[in-house]
Design a protein around this ligand. Structure first.
Ligand code: NAD
Length: 366
């Protein structure tokens, strides 16, 4: 037993394939660096439905609540597309996020030098890019009431409500300022205070939290539409971007494409600190279960491996080890190792999922 616990939920499709490579990395840290983890494994998504008739059992939910970090692969697939909404694979994921109250979703957009030509933007605009988007994940317009579609006279009306309390804004803001202190110490908060009252409150509360608790961090504010423009015009001006659930959904997808392949993108979702001081946490690649390439050894495991690097940094305060792992990924890419999704127009021979995992372990050991 160690004092670092992980629950691994590989899920469906390529989830188990990419997670197998993360297991190699975890083992390497144990044997080579003396940094070990107590690892348990469970089912989520379609495989959980097949075994138990539910995408997440109460037992697995309970386990997730009692570990330092959950590492999730991916859920979903065509076999489950026609299931009732209440037992669809995604419900397992949503239940984890909701019951663990993971209110801060972190998505880095980092450009690896060897892949700078993969971006849809010019190399000089993205080369060296390293930004982090913090999206509030548990409130806002996706959850606000009233909502629904009803009749008014002879037509239908669709309603959603953007609603934020001060405490919801403040806790997201604190997460962003804490993050910035570990990075380049800058936060840019994005909302639409020019046209939305919830945006005015957002700006006020972020400003108050900043003045009272984080005056050492540089804070700026930007309207979210301008933020979208700036992200594609000059993304390197940002360090941490703090934004709400709706704008964060859009801005983080936009930022993701600055760096190229879906197979490269990690994420973290964090909640309140637990009794041991570590935040509730779940780490997962941004991509889905990729049924089109499942079982073919084609999946890129880097998004999942970089998600584990985020766990090292944010759950276990092992920032130097996270950097070591990220440098190994960077090194392997610089050597020219590419899974099929990273093959450029110049061609070449792609390596398999497990060869990529092995190459990263070898680079760690070098
Ligand atoms: P997807 O991310 O699974 O795949 C989109 C495309 O990217 C596919 O061509 C796929 O082959 C490729 N791709 C994705 N990850 C890759 C990787 N690691 N290496 C190489 N190529 C990769 O999205 P989709 O096709 O829209 O959805 C497939 C299933 O996944 C659906 O059931 C969907 O609901 C589910 N999904 C789950 C999550 C999640 O678990 N968080 C997220 C998105 C979609």
């Amino acid at each position: 037993m160690t004092d670092r616990s992980l629950l691994i939920l590989p899920g469906d499709g390529i989830g188990p394939e990419v997670m197998a490579e993360v297991r190699k990395i975890i083992d390497w840290f144990g044997t080579a660096r003396g940094i070990s983890f107590t690892v348990s494994e469970g089912l989520v998504g379609g495989v959980a439905y097949d075994a138990h008739g539910t995408p997440l059992t109460d037992e697995t939910m309970e386990q997730a609540q009692n570990v330092d970090a959950v590492l999730l692969g991916a859920v979903g697939g065509p076999a489950y597309d026609n299931l009732d909404f209440s037992v669809k694979p995604e419900r397992g994921l949503l239940r984890l996020r909701k019951e663990m109250d993971l209110y801060a979703n972190l998505r880095p957009a980092q450009c690896f030098e060897a892949l700078a030509d993969f971006s849809s933007l010019k190399r000089e605009i993205v080369s060296g890019l390293d930004i982090m988007i913090l999206r509030e994940l548990t409130s806002g317009v996706y959850f606000g009431e009233p909502r629904g579609i009803h009749r008014e006279g002879n037509e239908r009306v669709g309603i959603n409500t953007q609603r934020y309390t001060e405490s919801e804004i403040a806790r997201a803001a604190r997460s962003a300022f804490e993050l910035a202190r570990r990075r380049s110490n800058k936060v840019c908060s994005m909302e639409k205070a020019n046209v939305m009252e919830s945006g005015i409150l957002w700006r006020d509360v972020v400003t108050e939290v900043h003045a009272a608790e984080y005056p050492d961090v540089e804070l700026s504010h930007m309207y979210a539409d301008n933020g979208a423009m700036q992200l594609v015009r000059a993304p390197k001006q940002f360090d941490v971007i703090l934004t709400d659930n709706l704008f964060g959904d859009i801005l983080s997808d936009c930022a993701a494409m600055l760096t190229g392949s879906l197979g490269m993108l990690p994420s973290a979702s964090l909640g309140a600190p637990m009794a041991n001081g570590r935040p509730k946490a779940m780490y997962e690649p941004v991509h889905g279960s990729a049924p089109d390439i499942t079982g073919q050894g084609k999946a890129n495991p880097i998004a999942c491996i970089l998600s584990f690097a985020m766990a090292l940094r944010y759950s276990f305060d092992l920032g130097d080890e996270a950097k070591r792992l990220e440098a190994a990924v960077e090194g392997v890419l610089a050597d020219g190792a590419r899974t099929a999704d990273l093959m450029g127009p110049e061609g070449g021979t792609p390596i398999s999922t497990s060869e990529m995992g092995d190459a990263i372990v070898a680079k760690l050991a070098a």
